[in-house]
Design a protein around this ligand. Structure first.
Ligand code: CA2
Length: 146
């Protein structure tokens, strides 16, 4: 059976590419999904690429991941800075977690500097634009095969 990696995206990322290109670039979430699907195919693994604006839905997906995922890549978007509930759900997940941010959250407003999710993440990638997802997936595939 091939590995399954969940790639979970938080609020407003469904609108990526439509505003603030100087921070987030011009690519869409669909472009990111296609990049990830290409890497998945090359490496003979499966991905579940998900996005929600609702905290409870993200929490339910993390619970589901306990049943069938070898790892979680997550861009919790604004929930990174607010959600202890997402942190708690991730704490119950026993495999690797990689947190991704398109922008470098540490160079931005101070309210973006703390991410609760980082406390449970194996690694954090921030500031490489949408390439952060590719890096995360390639690194996750390495982690899962060790
Ligand atoms: O840099 C990131 O990936 C963020 O997770 C993106 C979040 C922000 O709240 C975090 O602090 C950093 C915001 C996502 C907003 O998505 C957009 C949608 C349309 C146009 C531009 C951004």
């Amino acid at each position: 059976m091939s590995s399954l990696i969940y790639i979970i995206n938080g609020p407003n990322l469904n609108l990526l590419g439509q505003r603030e290109p100087s921070i987030y670039g011009t690519h869409t979430l669909k472009d990111i999904e296609n990049n990830c699907l290409e890497i998945a195919k090359k490496n003979n693994i499966k991905i579940k690429f998900l996005q929600s604006n609702a905290e409870h839905e993200i929490i339910n997906w993390i619970h589901n991941a306990r049943e069938d995922a070898s790892g979680i890549i997550i861009n919790p978007a604004a929930f990174s800075h607010t959600s202890i509930a997402i942190l708690d759900a991730l704490t119950l997940f026993e495999e690797h977690i990689i947190e991704v941010h398109i922008s470098n959250i540490h160079k931005r407003e101070s309210f973006r500097h703390n991410s609760y999710v980082s406390q449970k993440s194996t690694a954090v990638i921030a500031g490489f634009g949408i390439d952060g997802y590719k890096i995360a997936l390639e690194k996750m595939i390495n982690l899962c095969s060790n």
